[in-house]
Design a protein around this ligand. Structure first.
Ligand SMILES: Nc1ncnc2c1ncn2[C@@H]1O[C@H](COP(=O)(O)OP(=O)(O)OP(=O)(O)O)[C@@H](O)[C@H]1O
Length: 578
């Protein structure tokens, strides 16, 4: 798919508006070009004292003026409608594509870059579409028309008109080259300011608690000043264009009028062509200038289209078997010699992991920070595919099952609790769309969130604000667990999801999971051994390797690493550290 195909595929829907834009562009261009001809005719008639012709031509001039204005307004209407429509359709297409991305795809682009592509690049594309439908037909007509008509107005000075066009084009191209370099820089500096603002606002609490406001303001000011300086330079450059162009045009106009003046006795009617000639030269100047701007928009838009194409051309690195039935699988989980390396990384994060878990087991996963616990959990939910080895759930290879089947069978509660703006109920129902009130209550009782939900006057209809700012860390974790539980999946993964809970609440959640979700295979990832002590089986990870597995008691006897982790944690506990 070529760059512009990406855009024009979306135009099919708006054929009427495309026609409207084309017709109004042509009309307004012709009206602009014909007015000086009428002016010339009026002046010639005045010289011949043909008053009735003067009146009818004047009415024509006013008529043409009205046509130009109406066509111009309608053209902006059609172009804006097309620009908004096409960009919004393209944005939705890109957004849908991103939804199909695996974690690995998102890692490759980075979320920041995907956000910029959806917002800033789309704005550039909108400008491009607007430019196309305001100028594509209009400018060539005006440029060629004003050039030919300027020559026809006073044919013996054709060479001056040609020189004007050549010099304007050369100066225009030179300025465009300078401006393009500045615009590229502008995008880079704008990204920097946006990233700093985003980082700072998201981490506002940290900034405030470490008294870093001054430091952050300085960093932001430096980046903003940088952007401002460049903006000023672009402004200076742009403000020099019109005077530079005008000088060229006025030199030509002076040359022509002087030469006409010198030969006025020979050609007395030439007095009538001065004003239309000036008009055509100024129109030519205007056309070259707008073509320059339009070309800049095209080159900026092309960069953005390229960035969008990159997203659209990316194949999701995880492809599901859509032909497989959408069934809920059993809770057995099997890892067979699984190794995994993150995209772009050289060191494997998991190496030769094999284990076999039966439905209904509670499995604890422990290990030092960075040992690969979350990565292992993410492989079960097929957020990444293993680099080698196979993973089966319910006896079926993950690569052979459909996405719906996988999502119905595995519920994943992430390490970082994320709620979406809406209500508590709408968040919990992301786990099960048609969950009844009783199901909401059951899930929130198990996750120990019912206590505080019950205290809200509007209960489950209580509002979740943007970035869930009206909930504490512990509340968010409890609601995230409830969302995982409500789906009733045979496999539930809690990735360090109780870290913000006090010891008593954590114990209550675990007891509830053990007694109320007996059929569910539950993976509990925890930093502290005490949190998973009662698991039916504990997997011990060390630097990406599964170094031991068994119950707490078994591991105390058989695994040195497990004993070491426990001792370190107990010592820390004694020192009162967390
Ligand atoms: N998206 C990623 N891209 C590249 N490397 C990653 C990515 N996510 C994690 N890693 C690396 O993989 C290793 C294992 O990370 P993982 O999050 O699985 O560890 P963990 O045992 O869960 O740690 P913690 O207890 O601190 O959460 C770490 O060295 C980490 O830097």
């Amino acid at each position: 798919m070529s760059l512009f195909q990406i855009l024009f595929r979306h135009l099919k829907k708006y054929l009427k508006d495309v026609c409207g834009a084309m017709v109004t562009m042509t009309l307004s261009a012709l009206a602009v070009l014909y007015q000086p001809r009428l002016l010339e005719a009026i002046q010639k008639d005045l010289l011949k004292e043909n008053t009735s012709k003067v009146v009818s031509d004047s009415i024509w001039i006013i008529g043409l003026g009205i046509i130009a204005i109406v066509a111009g307004i309608l053209n902006v209407y059609f172009a804006a409608k097309l620009a908004q429509g096409v960009t919004s359709d393209l944005r939705e297409e890109v957004y849908e594509k991103i939804q199909s991305f695996s974690y690995a795809n998102i890692d490759t682009f980075s979320t920041g870059s995907l956000t910029t592509r959806l917002i800033s690049d789309m704005n550039q594309i909108m400008n491009l579409v607007m430019s196309i439908f305001m100028q594509l037909v209009r400018l060539p007509i005006i440029l060629v028309g004003s050039f030919i008509l300027a020559i026809l107005t006073i044919p013996r000075f054709w060479w001056i008109t040609l020189w004007v066009l050549v010099i304007l084009t050369v100066v225009g191209l030179f300025i465009m080259k300078l401006a393009n370099q500045q615009f590229e820089q502008y995008q880079v500096r704008l990204d920097k300011v946006a990233n700093l603002a985003q980082e700072n606002l998201l981490g506002m609490r940290v900034v405030k608690s470490f008294n870093q406001e001054g430091e952050q303001v300085n960093k932001f000011s430096a980046a903003s000043d940088d952007l401002n300086r460049l903006n000023l330079n672009i402004g200076y450059l742009m403000s020099a264009v019109i005077p530079a162009f005008s000088i060229i045009a006025y030199i030509a106009i002076c040359a022509v009028t002087t030469m006409i003046g010198l030969q006025i006795k020979l050609h007395p009617t030439d007095i009538a062509v001065i004003s239309p000639y000036v008009n055509y030269i100024l129109t030519l100047l205007f056309a070259v200038w707008i073509i320059g701007i339009a070309l800049m928009n095209v080159s900026r838009g092309k960069v953005s289209l390229g960035r969008i194409k990159e997203v659209l051309d990316t194949k999701p690195s995880i492809v599901f078997n859509d032909k497989a039935p959408d069934e809920v699988l059993s809770g057995d989980v099997e890892f067979n010699d699984v190794s995994f390396t993150y995209p772009g990384s050289t060191k494997p994060t998991l190496q030769h992991i094999s284990f076999n878990v039966h439905a209904g087991e509670i499995v604890g996963i422990v290990g030092a920070t960075g040992s690969g616990k979350s990565t292992l959990a993410q492989l079960i939910a097929r957020l990444y595919d293993p680099s080698s080895g196979t993973i089966k759930i319910g006896g079926r290879n993950l690569k052979e099952i459909s996405e719906k089947s996988l999502r119905k069978s595995v519920a994943f509660v992430l390490q970082k609790a994320i709620l979406f703006s809406g209500t508590i109920a709408s968040n919990l129902r992301q786990g099960k769309v048609d969950a009844s009130k009783a199901e909401l209550e059951r899930a929130s009782i198990i996750s120990q969130s019912f206590e505080f939900v019950r205290n809200y006057q509007d209960g489950f209809n209580h509002e979740v604000q943007e970035r869930s700012a009206n909930f504490s860390g512990g509340q968010k974790q409890r609601l995230s667990i409830a969302r995982g539980i409500i789906s009733n999946s045979p496999i539930l993964i809690l990735d360090d999801s109780t870290s913000a809970l006090d010891a008593e609440s954590e114990k209550k959640v675990q007891d509830a999971l053990e007694h109320k979700l007996k059929e569910t295979t539950t993976f509990l990832i925890a930093e502290k051994i005490i949190s998973i002590k009662n698991a039916n089986r504990i997997l011990v990870l060390d630097d990406g390797k599964l170094v031991a597995q068994g119950t707490h008691e078994e591991l105390l006897k058989t695994s040195d690493i497990y004993q070491e982790i426990l001792k370190t944690q107990q010592a820390r506990e004694m020192r009162g550290e967390h």
